[in-house]
Design a protein around this ligand. Sequence first.
Ligand code: DAH
Length: 338
Amino acid sequence: MFDFNDLRKKFFDLLDGVDNLKKLEELRIKFFGKNGEIKNLMCEIKNIATENKKEFGSQINNLKSELELKVSEAKKKLHDAEQNIRFESEKIDISLPGKYKKLGKLHVLSMVENEIINIFIQMGFEVVNGFNIEDIEHNFTGLNIDEKHPARDEQDTFYIDKNHVLVTATSPIQIRVMEKRKPPIKIISPGTVYRSDEIDATHTPMFNQVEGLLVDKNISMSDLRGTLDLFAKKLFGSETKTRFRPHYFPFTEPSAEMDVSCFVCKGSGCKVCKNTGFIELLGCGMVHPTVLKNVNIDPDEFSGFAFGMGLERIAMQCFGINDIRLFYENDLRFLEQF
Ligand code: DAH
């Protein structure tokens, strides 16, 4: 009779050397595979005397069940061990302090700009962006700033070449838009502007403005006043009062400056408003007929108003900032306050 113990011993010797799932699988195939030891043993049945076949078969079955059980036990053990190694390597210490990621936020000037723009968007104005470099025609001529006007002076303006400048105001966008479109026009345009000013607490050669323009039939000074008064109330609060002082701009006639009642002392007089009760906010006026003619809009059929304001000035007043340079120094102690 066949010695099953030999085969069993062979299996256990090999199993002793198995230390990972791959080797175990090789062992399994060696014994239970298509040409494995157990299969070969079964083929032996035909050589066994008939009276012994039953006994032989049952021995094979016993051995097969025993070894299969060992394989599956070993498999579970190795699997658990490998998983433990993985868990160990992936273990995280949840008691460690977290990595603090500082979140950025908008610059205070961007916040103020967004607030201003949003007020005008709510009133139906459309945002249009201008350029940093403009030609003389759009920066000056179209806006009725004639050749002798001091604004054209090289002392105030950065010239790129004879015909191009760094924009000195956001106003050229008025010309750009009116050249391309016919009224009704209702736009708001934020932008960076440049003037060759000496740097001090209230001047920088680069600063930011927001321009507005509305052109349609029958637009009058009362539309301008109503719109800008509503804007001031939305920006500074509903008790805010506005007043308009006559002024001069080449591109508007009549022209005015708008003041708002001081949001610190509410008009009674304090340091912020220099005891006047009012703070100067923006320049504005009715679009000059010459400017309309320059862009082929008939001033007898259409009229409009325009306005422009300096972002830094407004932000300085809103937050009591006394030095314009603070906006550009990127000192986090300053920036994080807003
Ligand atoms: N461009 C003027 C400036 O830079 C601001 C301004 C005043 C714009 C009156 C306008 C306006 O559109 O009507 O100081």
